[in-house]
Design a protein around this ligand. Structure first.
Ligand code: HEC
Length: 165
């Protein structure tokens, strides 16, 4: 059995905030066309996803099931066990792609890195979220949008990924 290990730190990969809405628009178009969404800054990652993950089923099955990063890791491992093959680089790309576009997050417990990557916010905003929730938990999207540095349209675009437990 092969074990794949994502080696590249997701921390190094960040797309500009302004890409948020565009990303979602492209996502919708690409979804319909069953190709990996050519998200800004994620073109190569999307190609790797398409090359490796569309071998057995369409990509909609991937786009339909957002989950935590750990669950993605397990799912991709399951696919490897089922026969998915690709280079280490391609699997790194795929994990980056899933982390930044298809990973769920609990705003009230996530680590700073996770907030940065999944919500696509600058480090300062992630720290502001943590400072705020240490005083009072977040209770919804509007609440989250009130944090300086958090882009409201990005939050709306990622609404299905964001939870408040
Ligand atoms: C060797 C064939 C194969 C490849 C390549 C493959 N999968 Fe799958 N995948 C399956 C099978 C078989 C299922 C079961 C259900 C189905 O097709 O409806 C599945 C189902 C899924 C599901 C639905 C949940 C589940 O666990 O049943 C997700 C999500 C998924 N795959 C993601 C991926 C991702 C991400 C990749 C690329 C890393 C990938 N798959 C590559 C065979 C594959």
């Amino acid at each position: 059995m092969n074990t794949f290990l994502p080696t590249r730190m997701a921390r190094r990969l960040r797309i500009p905030l302004s890409g948020g809405l565009l990303l979602v628009a492209l996502f919708a178009v690409a979804w319909a066309a069953d190709v990996a969404p050519p998200a800004p800054g994620l073109a190569r990652e999307g190609q790797s996803l398409k090359a490796v993950c569309a071998q057995c089923h369409n990509l909609q099955i991937v786009m339909d099931t957002p989950m935590s990063y750990n669950a993605w890791h397990d799912t991709v491992q399951t696919m490897v066990d089922r026969g998915a093959s690709g280079t280490d680089e391609q699997f790194d790309d795929i994990m980056d792609y899933l982390h930044r576009t298809m990973t769920t997050i609990d705003v009230n417990t996530a680590h700073a890195d996770e907030l940065e990557i999944v919500l696509n916010v600058p480090e300062a905003a992630a720290q502001a979220i943590i400072a705020r929730r240490s005083m009072r938990k977040f209770n919804g999207l509007a609440d989250l949008k009130s944090v300086p540095g958090v882009d409201a349209s990005t939050v709306d675009a990622k609404a299905r990924l964001i939870f408040f437990k």
